[in-house]
Design a protein around this ligand. Structure first.
Ligand SMILES: [Zn+2]
Length: 181
């Protein structure tokens, strides 16, 4: 089922999430709802807090380019590429990359953010089995972005003071204009 995504600066987005203890039907429903919501909104990742559930749960699905259809340059998200991560922990990171990030909770905004280039993350899958993943590039960015949500933070908090100020001004203006419509 598709859920409503909380939009910045909703105060719930500032709250830290807590660990999942039970790997039951409720968790599976949450994961399925998160996937429906992410696909509906055209996102590549979603944290549970973004639909108001303060649990350490995130999903990621990086699109692949559809090479057979040259007309269609949009990325396709394959079900087999869906990552469902419960209680993720960063165990290693190195290097640096700058990536133009966006967020379903701050729609329409893209900002260049500095992240680690490589990460290793341990987590549990929907059945509670321990998993480890090594990621780099876009996938590493997605992991870092979604894990940041679980700590009660959003990506624009990484901007410099001046860029953040500029963002807040533009965001307030765009939200006001949206309200008028
Ligand atoms: Zn986000």
């Amino acid at each position: 089922m598709t859920k409503e995504i909380l939009v910045y600066p909703n105060p719930i987005l500032r709250k830290p999430s807590s660990n999942v203890e039970e790997f039951n039907e409720e968790l599976h429903n949450l994961l399925d709802d998160m996937n429906d919501t992410m696909l509906e909104c055209g996102g590549v990742g979603l944290a549970a807090v973004q639909i108001g559930i303060l649990k350490n749960v995130l999903i990621i699905n990086i699109p692949v380019d559809d090479i057979e259809d040259f007309e269609n340059t949009d990325g396709v998200q394959l079900k087999e590429n869906l990552i469902e991560a419960i209680n993720p922990k960063l165990v290693f990171s190195e290097g640096e990359q700058i990536f133009n990030e966006g967020c379903l909770s701050i729609p329409g905004i893209h900002e260049e953010i500095k992240r680690a280039l490589n990460v290793t993350i341990s987590y549990q899958d929907r059945f509670g089995e321990k998993q480890t993943i090594q990621a780099d590039g876009f996938l590493a960015v997605a992991w870092q972005h979604e894990m940041e949500h679980l700590t009660g933070h959003v990506f624009i908090e990484n901007l410099s003071f001046l860029k953040r100020k500029k963002f807040e001004k533009e965001w307030k203006k765009s939200q006001k204009e949206k309200g008028k419509k």
